[in-house]
Design a protein around this ligand. Structure first.
Ligand code: NDP
Length: 288
């Protein structure tokens, strides 16, 4: 049987339309529009595209969105002052600091400065701590997007062996923690660059999530026939083409389902950012 293509772009449009309805209901009931402030430091072209796409999605869903562009030479103090101002602005429900930041800035310190209820990226210690302790609140957008894709495509996760390639704080590690939550109930293995016998492990996966940032790293011999393959990677090849961490053409004929790149996990990340902004607006109205 041909593999199922998990279409993140189409699914995102459906979920964003649902979020737009929720936002409009919130506006009617409370007079509040969910609002996202994006902070962009410097002129990294990829970051500019990501931020623009996030803003467009916000506007389409009827959210407020603001862009704060800072010069590449901005100091730590400039950034901390801006975050403090946004933390105290009641119209701003979510604060997004686009990464990577210029090297002279301390990324951890800056992300930690975002107040926890506005941490819509879910990278801050409070939200990650809550996830770790089994009380998830604002989840990191990319791994949350992967979970929602699996759920909306009715792909069973409970009791399945999920192998996650990559242990970063923004994708691999929270992916594992999300899948381990009670009620989701996957059996999780997380691999990284020092993992021995990687191929033996990946071949045991019912669901394989690749998030390592290496073009076409996952080849056919690493995948169990019929497995579900989720490709988080975004890599630009020399000819400008975007590819994932999975060798799509090789893996497609043997897997059970697969996400394409582009059009897979990427759009879901933006959608979960909107989800978090709406959730953050609700949480803040309750906290008043
Ligand atoms: P990081 O560079 O922070 O982490 C990469 C991880 O992969 C590390 O844990 C590293 O191991 C591991 N790794 C690297 N090489 C190997 C290898 N040969 N074998 C096994 N593990 C390896 O990347 P991110 O997590 O930030 O991003 C991963 C990919 O996902 C990138 O392509 C990125 O562009 C993409 N991405 C896509 C998003 C989307 O919306 N679709 C959002 C965020 C990221 P170690 O820890 O040992 O170094």
């Amino acid at each position: 049987m041909a593999a199922q293509i998990i279409d993140g772009k189409a699914l995102s449009l459906i979920i964003q339309a649902e979020l737009a309805l929720d936002a409009s209901a919130m506006l009617k009931e409370t007079g509040t529009k969910p609002g996202l402030a994006a902070v962009l430091v410097g002129d990294n072209p990829a970051s500019q595209v990501y931020v623009r796409n996030k803003q467009k999605a916000c506007e389409k869903a009827g959210f407020e969105s603001w862009l704060y562009k800072l010069d590449a030479k901005s100091t730590q103090e400039d950034l901390l002052n801006l975050i403090s101002k946004l933390n105290h602005d009641p119209k701003v429900h979510g604060i997004l600091v686009q990464l990577p930041l210029p090297k002279h800035l301390n990324t951890d310190l800056i992300l930690d400065a975002v107040t926890a209820l506005k941490d819509v990226d879910g990278f801050g210690p409070e939200n990650l701590g809550l996830l770790t302790s089994g009380r998830p609140r604002l989840l990191p957008c990319t791994p949350h997007g992967v979970l929602v894709m699996l759920q909306r495509y009715n792909i069973p996760v409970a009791g399945k062996h999920v192998v996650v390639l990559g242990r970063s704080t923004i994708v691999g590690k929270p992916m594992g923690l999300i899948l381990l939550q009670n009620g989701i109930d996957a059996t999780v293995t997380i691999c990284h660059s020092k993992t021995a016998n990687l191929k033996e492990i990946t071949r045991q996966a019912d669901i394989l999530v690749a998030a390592i940032g290496r073009a076409c790293f996952v080849t056919a011999d690493m995948v169990k026939p019929g497995a579900v393959v989720i490709d988080v990677g975004i890599n630009r090849k020399d000819d400008g083409k975007l590819v994932g961490d999975v060798d799509y053409e090789q893996v497609l004929p043997l897997c059970g389902a697969i996400t394409p790149v582009p059009g897979g996990v990427g759009p879901m990340t933006i959608t979960m950012l909107l989800h978090n902004t709406l959730l953050a607006a609700r949480l803040q109205s309750k906290a008043l």
